[in-house]
Design a protein around this ligand. Structure first.
Ligand SMILES: N[C@@H](CCC(=O)N[C@@H](CS)C(=O)NCC(=O)O)C(=O)O
Length: 219
């Protein structure tokens, strides 16, 4: 079966899907698109008009979280979710927090590049980022005690979000927002992310810039 991933750069959402495909041993081609551009093909494949989109011979699947669930259902081996119920619920919680953190961080960045940002609204998003980072730090402190735990979708979601945030800051895509510099105050997340980032699936999908104007996108 042929797989095409339509992706945007440097999308943490698309990277999440690419990592899951590689971990499952599924070969795929990548096509890049700019969903904000006049020539975008994204609406041809997704009513949400968002990337990533995964196209196979028989199906078109969109939204990164839904694509991960679809992959797990259609290609269960190797499993990226534990079968044991407590481990599974823990992975689901880490995955949910990782996915929501990306959205909150994105909302904060977009607000702060607006010409007249709302301070109360930005403060609220800042509190959410702090709270989620602290909760993930607690969860990964526990997870670090079991060095043998296999990779799961929680790890992929959390690491792609944290590395995506870091890339946005270091590449200048985002302004320097103190709460988004997550490494120093969160040693368990620092350690877990470094280990995950050393995997071949992460090495093969490092974020890269494309010609992208955040200010124009927000406007
Ligand atoms: N919840 C979506 C978010 C994806 C997303 O925001 N994708 C961006 C590219 S990185 C996009 O397509 N934005 C265009 C838009 O929102 O209209 C997912 O996880 O797939």
């Amino acid at each position: 079966m042929a797989f095409t991933l339509i992706n945007a750069r440097p999308s943490p959402f698309g990277r999440k899907v690419a990592i899951a495909l590689i971990e499952k041993g599924i070969a795929y081609d990548v096509q890049y698109d700019v969903p904000w551009g006049d020539l975008t093909c994204t609406p041809d494949y997704s009513p949400l008009e968002q990337l990533p989109i995964l196209i196979t011979d028989h199906e078109t699947v969109y939204d990164s979280a839904h694509i991960l669930d679809w992959l797990e259902a259609r290609f269960p081996e190797p499993a990226l979710m534990p079968m044991q119920i407590d481990a599974r619920l823990d992975a689901m919680k880490r995955r949910m927090l990782g996915e929501r953190l990306m959205e909150v961080a994105q909302a904060l960045i977009f607000e702060l590049v607006r010409p007249d940002p709302s301070a109360p609204w930005a403060d609220r998003q800042t509190r959410k980022v702090t709270g989620v980072l602290n909760e993930l730090e607690r969860l990964y402190s526990v997870r670090a005690q079991d060095a043998a735990s296999p990779l799961d979708l929680g790890d992929i979601a959390v690491a792609t979000t944290l590395l995506g945030i870091e890339f946005a800051l270091t590449s200048g895509l985002s302004p320097d927002i103190a709460v988004l510099r997550w490494r120093t105050a969160h040693p368990a997340l620092d350690g877990a992310t470094a280990a995950l980032d050393a995997r071949p699936s992460f090495a093969a999908t490092r974020p890269q810039m494309m010609d992208f104007n955040l200010q124009a996108t927000v406007a």
